[in-house]
Ligand binder design. Structure first.
Ligand code: SF4
Ligand code: SF4
Length: 243
């Protein structure tokens, strides 16, 4: 046996080792992780809760299931994928984190993420802040009118909702229409100046997808299908995810 092979398992019964192996090529060879630390260097969650992606992966690979499952660190991962991008072995750590999140009973997952996902399921907007299609339409039209009047150079600017056949369909983080509506306008201006044929959908426009962060596959699918159906119903060609 080569001396650089780490013997794993020991007396502990580990289920996470199997999760890690599924993420690796070469028949789940755990030695594919070079422990180079590139993942940790660019991770925004490095240092939180005394953890980083390299340490987390090693703990999972070494069968420290109990410690991993009790840790809150998996909930601090932003799912940004930077670690996958820089990893020389392309190890999908966020997928491991997602799988670990899904092991926690739904009602015990962080309240903020749980509440935002549940709110997004309440109406067709899929807005984590609960804004309805009617609320969204009212705010967009109101803000648009204000800017058309106040800035003559943008008097013809449009912010369409449910425009049939538009080339691009955009989603929108709910925070802007609900708390900072003026923040929507810079993107509208760019699209106007570029002459882009675009629209929002009145359904599925909420771009934040807390159900994905909650690791609730069923709810995540519902949110994604609602947005995709709206794009199909309008005959739009390209879905532009602004999140
Ligand atoms: S970047 Fe990849 S190979 Fe390097 S420590 Fe992280 S997971 Fe292991
Ligand atoms: S996906 Fe998660 S673990 Fe990877 S770099 Fe982003 S925050 Fe860190």
């Amino acid at each position: 046996m080569s001396e650089n092979i780490i013997a794993l398992g020991g007396k502990k019964q580990s289920m996470l080792i199997d999760e890690v192996k599924k993420l690796l090529t070469d028949d789940g060879n755990l030695n594919l992780c070079l422990t180079c630390g590139a993942c940790s260097s660019g991770c925004p969650a490095t240092g939180l809760d005394n953890m980083d992606p390299r340490k987390f992966l090693r703990m999972a690979a070494l069968g420290l299931d109990e410690e991993i499952l009790q840790s809150d660190w998996p909930w601090m991962c932003t799912m940004c994928q930077r670690c996958v991008y820089v990893c020389p072995m392309k190890i999908d750590i966020p997928q491991l984190i997602f799988n670990i999140r899904a092991k926690r009973p739904r009602e015990e997952r962080p309240k903020g993420i749980l509440g935002s996902c549940d709110m997004a399921l309440k109406n067709d907007s899929c807005s984590a802040m609960g804004a309805s299609p009617e609320d969204f339409t009212f705010v967009v039209e109101d803000v648009l009118e204000e800017y058309q009047e106040a800035q003559p150079e943008f008097k013809d600017m449009q912010a369409p909702i449910d425009k049939q056949g538009a080339e691009f369909i955009l989603n929108q983080n709910s925070r802007e229409p609900v708390t900072e509506p003026d923040e929507m306008v810079p993107l509208w201006k760019i699209l106007d100046v570029a002459g882009v044929d675009w629209t929002y959908g009145s359904k599925g426009w909420g771009g934040e997808n807390y159900c994905m962060f909650l690791a609730d596959n069923e709810a995540w699918e519902h949110i994604t299908r609602t947005a995709a159906k709206q794009a199909d119903d309008l005959g739009c060609k390209i879905f532009l995810n602004t999140e």
